[in-house]
Design a protein around this ligand. Structure first.
Ligand SMILES: [Mn+2]
Length: 431
């Protein structure tokens, strides 16, 4: 069914394109049409697609404007080498957008390296990268110090604004100019990029990037395997940031509709089939056992977990928010990085309460550090935080000490959360 419809679409394309490619089909018109810039041609096609309803008129106008601005910036940086920086624990939205950026920039002879400082933790993200051959590399902070950043002429942030990557200070030190920021999280402050497209009302950055494709920044071709895989990654990005499209809005559906022409459903299915490890299941079990229910919030501390299992926290939050009468779940734990003997508190919030702004909620609950940076933030329906443990960080062999340390953080975090959840009750009792 699927492949049939794709075939008929392809042959349709062939028919309409034959004039331009000058093949010997009977239908070919003699005058060969020359397009000096293929992007102009695809812009025209894109306009036709808009009329067919794959973009809202507002979405189209915005995308067209942004694409023009981005094209100008790419043009100015022709031949450059750029770093596309992801958040430390990249998700499908971030990964797919970085890849799309890389493919778009390639047309301008710009070479991009996609990097992240943390790790790929969620089983689906590991599967996504492996199965699509997605070109992202891990740059652990300690190894970056030996890297020569002067080979790059600029950097790009997608799906974040520099607050969730440990690479930020290094990039600033190397004085790498910020070329582009494309994100759907709430604006986190002045960044001074050459191109900025921050749209907090859009559910996924992958939707924004799909609109760039639709507006002609890169013409997807279903006979190019890399394009098919990238479209599949974008589809996964939109799905995963919209709770399997359940929180998607018109723009996201339309973007998914466009991608449906190119993506590989079977490949996406294989990515989604990736199974959870036992350790992730254990974290989910702990969250279930430890959860505290109050005012339709479900709060759970899960204790210590390994760095590689860090993404078990949002998965546990995803699960807790499905309970009856719960609209918001917050799950947190102490993530231990054995390589660096570093510990930090990591937490995730998931909500389906439309009036709750995760960004505001997290900023309000945890405040800022000494440098004025917030411990976390969010986008629509989801948020996260990371709190360094400072002097208390580091492994201790004494089991009592380790338990006590957890309890202190557990109580402190609950206290900060419950102050917002039950404002009238004030501070909670610790026993
Ligand atoms: Mn996202």
């Amino acid at each position: 069914m699927k492949s049939n419809s794709r075939k008929s679409h392809d042959s349709l394309l062939l028919m309409t394109e034959s004039a331009a490619t000058g093949s010997n089909l009977d239908t070919v018109i003699k005058t060969p049409v020359e397009f000096p810039d293929t992007r102009i041609e695809s812009r025209k096609n894109a306009a036709a697609e808009t009329i067919q309803g794959l973009m809202t008129p507002q979405g189209w106008r915005l995308a067209e404007r942004q694409v023009e601005a981005l094209e100008r910036v790419l043009e100015q940086h022709k031949g450059n080498r750029q770093l596309v920086i992801l958040q430390d624990f990249p998700d499908p939205d971030a990964l797919s957008c970085a890849w799309t950026y890389k493919l778009m920039a390639q047309q301008y002879d710009i070479r991009c390296d996609i990097v992240y400082a943390g790790t790929l933790s969620h089983q689906e993200n590991i599967a996504l990268v492996k199965l699509t051959g997605l070109p992202a590399q891990r740059w652990a902070v300690q190894t970056v110090k030996d890297k020569d950043l002067s080979v790059y002429q600029g950097c790009v942030f997608v799906d974040h604004q520099g607050t969730t990557t440990q690479l930020m200070p290094l990039v600033q030190q190397a004085k790498l100019p910020l070329i582009a920021v494309i994100d759907h999280h709430t604006a986190q402050g002045e960044l001074n990029a050459k191109f900025t497209d921050i749209r907090p009302q859009v559910r996924a950055t992958a939707t924004i990037f799909t609109q760039y494709l639709q507006a002609g920044l890169l013409r997807l071709d279903s006979s190019i395997s890399e394009h098919v895989k990238c479209a599949t990654a974008l589809m996964h990005g939109i799905r995963s940031d919209t709770n399997r499209l359940m929180q998607a809005q018109e723009e996201d559906f339309l973007a998914a509709g466009y991608l449906s022409r190119f993506y590989d459903a079977q490949l996406l299915n294989s990515v989604l089939q990736a199974s959870r490890s036992k350790r992730v299941m254990d974290v989910i079990e702990r969250s279930l056992r430890n959860r505290v229910l109050q005012n339709n919030f479900s709060i759970a501390g899960v204790g210590y977990l390994r760095y590689d299992d860090r993404d078990a926290i949002p998965q546990a939050a995803d699960f807790l928010v499905t309970e009856e009468n719960v609209h918001t779940a917050v799950v947190y734990g102490i993530v231990h990085d054995e390589d660096e003997d570093l510990e930090l508190v990591v937490g995730s919030l998931r909500t389906n309460k439309l009036t709750l702004d995760p960004d505001e909620f997290i900023k309000e609950a945890f405040g800022q550090d000494a440098q004025g940076r917030f411990f976390g933030g969010g986008r629509s329906m989801a948020g996260g935080f990371e709190i360094p443990m400072g002097f208390l960080s580091g492994f201790n062999e004494n089991a009592d000490y380790t338990r006590m340390k957890w309890e202190v953080f557990d109580v402190q975090i609950k206290q900060k959360l419950l102050r917002l959840i039950n404002p009238e009750e004030g501070v909670i009792r610790t026993v």
